[in-house]
Ligand binder design. Structure first.
Ligand code: FES
Length: 125
């Protein structure tokens, strides 16, 4: 059902955990399945210098969380905000039918973390 890349990211997830003294944190809870994703980021010179995730969910939710941390790491925050659900699924060589919605949560959590960072920044100004 899952391809090798999805299985690899599920069984050997990258960037698990929480960034210490995070600059932004995004949390997404799915109303439909109850899965929960948290992404925390560190931003330096406008770029995501560190990113970690904690996901309580299905294999696809964990694999998409892992993949999005790889995609976003080192990226400037504007570009990271434009990472789409489709980008994540594509980077994983696709998700099975019925699991497409799982990639939505990873992108949503990343965007929420970036928005949290931006709000903290604007409060400092
Ligand atoms: Fe909930 Fe996949 S079933 S994110």
């Amino acid at each position: 059902m899952y391809n090798d890349r999805v299985i690899d990211h599920f069984t050997n997830p990258r960037n698990v955990g929480a960034v210490e003294n995070a600059d932004g944190v995004g949390l997404v809870e799915s109303e439909s399945c109850g899965d929960r994703l948290q992404i925390s980021i560190k931003v330096e010179a406008g770029k995501i210098s560190d990113i970690r995730f904690k996901t309580f969910g299905c294999a696809a939710a964990i694999a998409t969380s892992s993949m999005i941390t790889e995609l976003a790491k080192g990226m400037d925050i504007k570009s990271a905000l434009s990472i789409t659900n489709e980008d994540v699924a594509k980077a994983l060589n696709g998700l099975p039918d019925g699991k497409q919605h799982c990639s939505n949560h990873a992108a949503d959590a990343l965007h929420a973390a970036i928005r949290d960072f931006q709000q903290r920044e604007s409060r400092r100004e």
